[in-house]
Design a protein around this ligand. Structure first.
Ligand code: PLP
Length: 462
């Protein structure tokens, strides 16, 4: 029997990324409050939030300083926009702060309200830029299978996941996908990480040549793939890819929506992985998820083009009502101030070895094929047979079952396609809480193993 609140939910709400058929039976997990890395459901049960919400609550829950920053801005000036030259001090100060933090040359910052809008803006600006440069054929965008960049028409086209394409009439023409850099799953027998990376770079080059380099405008990649499986790249991957992009003048967009603001123990994932993008998108942890805010960096040559386009066309014809919302900007400024003052990013680098050691140890579990990550992010892949890497039938929902067992153990983690379980806790997690997280995840895996045996599940054919 669903509780009153749950029953009202089922009758009124559409939930993103939810099986709306099974949801009618299971109902929602209604969360009521949070503190630190803990959230509490409507019955008062605590859960360790092992996903930082949706990869975003870097500073954990109920951070009073963020609440005060929002409240102060709400009282002073809850809304004004940035259209037609209107401005406000939180947006100006945040843009200045971000310019200094960016790991790449940045002339200006453009704000959005989400990661999808940030990446959508990247696509539009790439097209706009190439029109201004007099190369109207150079418009195709290459993303990666299993990459995740959002849900707007253009960003879902870049996303490389079946659920974002099937029956949505996507991807749009001009959006291409190259191979997923998951060494465990896609390397050939005996292929080293370096050799695999080089093969993927060669495949990218072959794709660009087959399409005609004069038509390929940009390549987009997350430093660590998130929704596609929490997949850290193999050694040498970005160095090999960047060499190809440079050869054909293909703009490199780093999607830092998950990795930005400390996740890998550096301010941006690009720094941890030796990426040298032309531009980057950010969102999520920039406000610790407390307010919707995203944005992109714009280099000086692009900015100059944008200025001359405005002179020609009369305006920069892009932006949304909430681009640079003052309350979101005020919360972002406070988030960054806390990250700096409390040396949170350095703290992530210090805690990462413990987190990664506990994560890697899960690879010894009988149903785990791979357990790997970087910084405070990790992916665990459940397999039916470790040697052959065969999996269970997707419809058996083994990873979903593991996540449900984790929830019963008081841990929130997330299942992803390919029977993967993602872990991505708030950056402020303590060493003791890291142990609690992995103790609970281990128990969830034990319960999943027992359930698989009871159900008599067998490996799917290769
Ligand atoms: C890497 C990446 N890019 C873009 C997005 C889209 O962001 P949003 O959901 O805020 O639109 C996400 C969301 O999870 C993401 O993980």
């Amino acid at each position: 029997m669903l509780s009153n609140l749950a029953a009202r939910d089922v009758e009124t709400l559409i939930h993103p990324y939810t099986n709306l058929a099974t949801f009618r039976e299971t109902g929602p997990l209604v969360l009521e409050r949070g503190h630190g890395v803990w959230v509490y459901d409507s019955d008062g049960r605590p859960y360790l939030e092992g996903m930082a919400g949706l990869w975003c609550t870097a500073l954990g829950y109920s951070n009073e300083e963020l609440v005060e920053a929002a409240s102060e801005q709400m009282s002073r000036l809850p809304f004004t926009h940035l259209f037609s030259g209107r401005s406000h001090d939180p947006a100006i100060e945040l843009a200045e702060t971000l310019k200094e933090l960016m790991p790449i040359p940045t002339s200006k910052v453009f704000f959005t309200s989400s990661g999808s809008e940030a990446n959508d803006t990247q696509v539009k600006l790439t097209w706009y830029m190439n029109n201004a440069l007099g190369r109207p054929r150079k418009k195709k965008i290459i993303a990666r299978q299993r990459g995740y960049h959002g849900v707007t028409v253009a960003t879902a086209s870049m996303t490389g996941l079946p659920a974002n394409h099937a029956d949505w009439d996507l991807p749009l023409p001009g959006f291409l996908h190259t191979a997923c850099p998951h060494h465990y799953r896609f390397a050939e027998a005996g292929e080293t990480e370096g050799a695999f990376s080089q093969r993927l770079a060669d495949e990218l080059e072959a794709l660009i040549l087959a399409e005609d380099p004069e038509t390929v405008a940009a390549f987009i990649a997350e430093p660590v793939m998130g929704a596609g499986g929490a997949i850290a790249p193999p050694a040498g991957y970005f160095a090999a890819i960047q060499a190809v992009l440079a050869r054909y003048d293909v703009r490199f967009i780093a999607d830092e929506v998950i990795c930005g603001f400390g996740r890998l123990g550096t301010w941006f994932g690009s720094e941890a992985l030796g990426m040298r993008p032309d531009t980057l998108s950010f969102a999520k942890a920039v406000t610790s998820g407390y307010m919707p805010l995203g944005g992109i960096s714009i280099d000086e040559p692009l900015y100059r083009l944008m200025v001359s386009q405005s002179a020609k066309l009369g305006t920069f014809g892009h932006g949304t009502t909430y681009s640079g919302h003052p309350v979101a900007c005020a919360v972002a400024l406070k988030t960054i101030a806390i990250l700096k003052r409390d040396r949170i990013v350095e703290g992530v680098a210090q805690k990462a070895p413990q987190f990664q050691a506990r994560l890697s140890a899960l690879a010894d579990h009988p149903i785990v094929g791979e357990a790997r990550g970087i910084g405070l992010i990790g992916g665990v892949e459940i397999v039916a047979d470790k040697r052959s890497k065969r999996q269970y039938e997707p419809k058996a929902g083994v990873a979903a079952r593991c996540v449900a067992f984790a929830q019963a153990e008081g841990l929130i983690v997330r299942f992803l396609a390919g029977d993967r379980v993602a872990v991505c806790p708030p950056l402020v997690i303590s060493r003791e809480e890291i142990d609690t997280l992995f103790d609970r995840l281990t128990r969830a895996l034990d319960r999943t193993e027992a359930w698989i045996a009871t159900e008599g599940l067998q490996a799917a054919p290769l």
